[in-house]
Ligand binder design. Sequence first.
Ligand SMILES: CC(C)(COP(=O)(O)OP(=O)(O)OC[C@H]1O[C@@H](n2cnc3c(N)ncnc32)[C@H](O)[C@@H]1OP(=O)(O)O)[C@@H](O)C(=O)NCCC(=O)NCCS
Length: 309
Amino acid sequence: MTPTPSSVAVPAVPPTPNTQAAPVTELLREEPIRRLRLDDLPACLRLAQNRSWPPEEQKWRFLFAAGQVYGLADPAGELAATVVLTPYGPELAVIGMVLVAARYNRQGLGRRLMQHALAEAHGTPVALYATEAGRPLYEELGFRTLIASTTHVGYFQPRPATTGPGRVRPATLADSAAIFRLDAQVTGTNRQAVLDQLLVFAEHWWVLEHNGVIKGYAAAWRNIGQVVMGPVIAPDAAGAQQLVAAAGKALGPAELLRLEVDARHPTLLAWVPQHGLQPTFTTSLMLHGTDALPGNRTQLFSPIMLALD
Ligand SMILES: CC(C)(COP(=O)(O)OP(=O)(O)OC[C@H]1O[C@@H](n2cnc3c(N)ncnc32)[C@H](O)[C@@H]1OP(=O)(O)O)[C@@H](O)C(=O)NCCC(=O)NCCS
């Protein structure tokens, strides 16, 4: 589920040719879907490039640590398809990185991988961010669109000054317990295992404090050519703006910043382009097995990444 803007510089890993035909019936019926390991990461990067997605090595490493990566190999030993399932306890699981090599387009592999991930979710409600390419497949599988989300990218411009009731400061390890508690309250899920990995993966953490109580937090992690902010949790839009402004200030004018904001947050959606981050593409937040997300989502302003909610 994680498209990346065209401004990102790609290559390094040669893409797999699209031209060869493969005996897909055999793949569909015989080849087992297997849990991938870190050894499979180069093949995941080749598959991503095959679909013109950048080879986001660090992001895949994080997903291998935080989630369950599944894949299907073709007879040539290349990956034909992947999906990542990340469970957040009994309330929700998230699906991401649904990729099928272009040479196997529209031959049922996407459906098969998705069905596998849904089976591994064991009836837990599932969320995902869908590209336009993925949406028909997910609708066919019973996913319903909840809301649109817009990805913004740009160089943060700090004017006009951003103020709010709280104070933003860099987080310390001593804040972890309060961050995990707040995250569980807002998302209504247990993301502890993923946040533990994010502690190592993210370059920056900030907390929003008011009267000595942590009311919000944000993390930022480095992807190819840009820094991605996520998650952003705040009591209101003013708090979210303070966190984004703190990130923009810490990163400086030379770092490209990326932020996903969904339509539940019109105030932040209007504020972000005024501060240099422009809308680049939209995705749809879709749900399976439930009509609503758990927790108090009005305080979740940005997901960790599109592949993770
Ligand atoms: C989206 C993607 C995963 C679909 O994989 P796929 O293997 O081609 O899909 P399937 O063949 O399993 O499609 C199953 C069903 O989904 C629907 N579907 C899939 N692609 C569709 C399309 N382009 N238009 C309309 N319906 C489509 C159809 O109902 C299809 O069944 P049918 O072919 O019998 O009509 C694949 O095109 C891809 O990797 N795209 C690039 C990366 C991407 O955007 N991934 C999704 C991220 S959210």
